[in-house]
Design a protein. Structure first.
Length: 133
């Protein structure tokens, strides 16, 4: 009788341990899925990846002041030569000419009358590189 009681008690305890293990395993698996989802980089289209690559290549020719000017144009929408001078100092024509000479051939900037603006197609890719990944 005593052996049978011990055996029944052991079976109950084993069942409890198995259930606790199953619950803990499920909890750990769910926590791992949540961590993975939180760290997963959102997928981007092939087109956007191509634009990011083009922008990265184009940005190589810009020095830090010119990158700041690009960031300013990105945030402002468009600027003229006087705005660039007031914001970045130096001769008006110098920064303006540098931005025209580097930004237009790379496709990053579009002349818009007497102003410069970021190419609409590249706004997101440029923001990715200039404002943080």
């Amino acid at each position: 009788v005593q052996i049978r009681a011990l055996r029944d008690s052991a079976r109950v305890r084993i069942s409890e341990l198995k259930e606790n293990h199953r619950i803990e395993s499920s909890r750990l698996a769910e926590a791992a899925r949540q961590r993975e989802a939180a760290t997963r980089v959102p997928a981007i289209s092939a087109l956007e990846q191509n634009r990011r690559d083009l922008v990265a290549e184009g940005l190589k020719s810009f020095d830090s002041d010119e990158r700041e000017a690009l960031k300013y144009i990105l945030n402002s929408g468009q600027v003229n030569a006087m705005v660039l001078e007031s914001r970045f100092g130096g001769p008006v024509r110098d920064m303006w000419r540098r931005m025209l000479n580097k930004g237009v051939p790379t496709g990053l900037l579009k002349p818009d009358g007497r102003s410069l603006r970021i190419s609409a197609e590249l706004v997101n890719a440029l923001a990715f590189h200039l404002l943080g990944k």
